[in-house]
Design a binder for this molecule. Sequence first.
Ligand SMILES: N[C@@H](CCC(=O)N[C@@H](CS)C(=O)NCC(=O)O)C(=O)O
Length: 217
Amino acid sequence: MTELTLVIGNKNYSSWSLRPWLAMKHNGLQFKEIRIPLYTPESKPKLHQYTPSGKVPVLLHGSQTVWESLAILEYLAEEFPNLHWYPEDKTAKTMARCISAEMHGGFQKLRDNMPMNCRGKLPGKGMAQGVQQDIDRITTIWRQCRQKFGEGGDMLFGKFTIADAMYAPVVMRFVTYGVELDKVCQDYMEAILELRAMQEWLKAALMEEEVIERSEF
Ligand SMILES: N[C@@H](CCC(=O)N[C@@H](CS)C(=O)NCC(=O)O)C(=O)O
């Protein structure tokens, strides 16, 4: 099999890196990992060695270079169709695609004001104008998915899909900033946190020592 390499940033901070990493680990794909600490004087030249966008994540697969987290996940779903990436049911799959795209392109207030910081314990911080609206929309999505499609497992569509990978960094944000949620959302968050692959990511994140000032309060 052609080797897969995933280039990622700091595990404590890089929310976009977490998405494909989690899906690949959860699906049991073997891959090499290159970690580039972000926002240092050396970061950009190193990133540009691998990707034209100068950002992580980036997947290297034979002669293919794939950047943008959602494009990487879609690429993997095409390359490895025997693994589980999306729900089988067409309505559920369409919903999974829509909410993954909504995450990829949206929730800017939440992303700006509650940066992922796995080590951080910052309850009450980050609740700037507009953040609550993002939280309300995300929790509405989670409740709808769990209620309509969640049978057969603890994930948004029962079994783990790309949509769960896309929302996993939001779970980390809600933990770090102590966002209070209803039971359906709380149970979903706990299920994400208990995933073996998520535990592996968090263990490594907690061992990192780099501090990215722009992601700290
Ligand atoms: N839309 C991109 C976002 C990628 C992104 O912003 N990555 C951040 C890290 S989480 C990055 O590489 N920052 C380094 C930089 O901009 O120098 C994706 O989905 O992959």
